[in-house]
Design a protein around this ligand. Structure first.
Ligand code: FAD
Ligand code: DHB
Length: 390
């Protein structure tokens, strides 16, 4: 087998990259370790930045989002003992975000790729990268047989645990990391959601209200990272969630039996550079953000924007300018998202060893947001996501 770009990972980053490359007339093969049903069953992100929504629309994938998703002017923060604060991205940036689930995007991407007879090889095992700085190839096994794909470039879109990043020699990589001592316990429930996405700060811990469609709500509570899903009955989850929201919001939350429940650890992580030889990392393969700020999926899309443009310029114009600056350019945006995600995580969560000084600083940070228009503007600017660079 030979292709122009071998894409490892059939999550949102890998599928979107193969979709956009096909539009540019560039051939690719996607290798995905799991079954398609498994990939589509994963429940993850639910908020799209303006730029991500634009990208979906521009590449013919915006129909369902514009019909069934909800444009949003911002996100609400509610706070024990303080006034509410709305991160008003519409007011400060003129842009809107979209409430639209990663699950739906992945479904549409699989459908679009299948219609185009794309090569997506699911259940590809033992994926390994070879000769990355020379005659690059990727091997995998499927149904007991080994295969090799020779390619011009390899796109590592295989998430945090995939083999691509590990294929870069240890001495060329630098990793930056924060691991948090808590996770987000999330549930899905078939009840109408609240009007807004809401982060709730409470001295017992953070809680969050999110949404997928008019009959599907997603809620989260901060929980110790050592907790197991089995420790959390639906009853315990709802009691905890409702106690962390002010009464006026708790009273509006429609509870019910969970149809999904999972716990996600929180981590900030960046691996630099994102390129080595013919290998380019995109999405969670190169970086992770904690979910506070909803930046993970959006970063996967901005990486795909930069990488697809770079590959297009390589093939159409014979210029490697964008390939050569891919890592640097993508990382500028990634670090901005790491920064806002880290600050929002610090603002909204209770850390195990904090003292009264930490709590005073947190309250002061929040009061600044309530009272300072420059602070409100700055947060909105970061929350909507930086524009893509030329
Ligand atoms: P992934 O979605 O991880 O896709 C990578 C793909 O590569 C997977 O399909 C995987 O099966 C495949 N793969 C892995 N190893 C191999 C291999 N050896 N060979 C072949 N294929 C392989 N973001 C938000 O914005 N909001 C949220 O609420 C949110 N919640 C999250 C909850 C969880 C539990 C997790 C893990 C992430 C969450 N995120 C959230 C982050 C967001 O979902 C990710 O940033 C996004 O999925 C990144 O897309 P990706 O394609 O880069 O990686
Ligand atoms: C979701 C929304 C958010 O704003 C966030 O920070 C994390 C998760 C969600 O819709 O699941």
């Amino acid at each position: 087998h030979r292709t122009q770009v071998c894409i490892i990972g059939g999550g949102p980053a890998g599928l979107m990259l193969s979709h956009v490359l096909a539009e540019f007339g560039i051939d690719s093969i996607v290798l995905e370790r799991q079954t398609k049903d498994y990939v589509l069953g994963r429940i993850r992100a639910g908020v799209l930045e303006h730029g991500t929504a634009q990208m979906l629309i521009e590449h013919g994938l915006g129909d369902r989002m514009t019909r069934q998703g909800k444009p949003k002017d911002g996100t609400l923060i509610v706070w024990e003992g303080q006034d509410d604060f709305f991160i008003d991205v519409k007011k400060w940036t003129g842009k809107q975000m979209w409430a639209w689930g990663q699950t739906y995007i992945t479904e549409d991407l699989y459908e679009a790729r299948e219609k185009a007879d794309a090569q997506i090889i699911c259940e590809a095992k033992d994926v390994a990268l070879h000769d990355i700085t020379g005659d690059a190839s990727v091997t995998y096994t499927k149904d007991g047989a080994q295969h090799r794909i020779r390619c011009d470039f390899i796109a590592g879109c295989d998430g945090f645990h995939g083999p691509s990043r590990q294929a870069m020699p240890r001495e060329v990589r630098r990793e930056y990391e924060r691991v948090y001592p808590f996770g987000w316990l999330g549930i899905m429930v078939e009840k109408p959601p609240l009007q807004d996405f809401i982060y709730a700060y409470h001295s017992d811990g953070m809680a969050m209200a999110a949404q997928r469609n008019p009959m599907l709500s997603r809620y989260y509570v901060q929980a110790p990272v050592t907790d197991k899903v089995e420790d959390w009955s639906d009853q315990r989850f709802w009691d905890t969630l409702l106690s962390r929201f002010p009464d006026s919001y708790a009273n509006q939350i429609q509870t019910g039996p969970s149809i999904e429940k999972s716990i996600a650890p929180l981590r900030s992580f960046v691996s630099e550079p994102l390129r080595w030889g013919k290998l380019f990392l995109a999405g969670d393969a190169g970086h992770i953000v904690p979910p506070t700020g909803a930046k993970g999926l959006n970063l996967a899309f901005s990486d795909v924007f930069y990488l697809s443009r770079a590959l297009r310029t390589h093939y159409e114009e014979g210029s490697d300018h964008y390939l050569d600056c891919y890592s640097e350019m993508a990382l500028r945006r990634i670090w901005s998202a790491e920064n806002i995600s880290w600050r929002l995580t610090k603002l909204l969560h209770v850390f195990p060893n904090e003292d009264p000084f930490d709590r005073k600083i947190r309250t002061n940070d929040y009061q600044l947001l309530l009272t300072s228009e420059p602070a409100q503007h700055a947060l909105a600017h970061e929350y909507i996501g930086l524009p893509f660079e030329d």
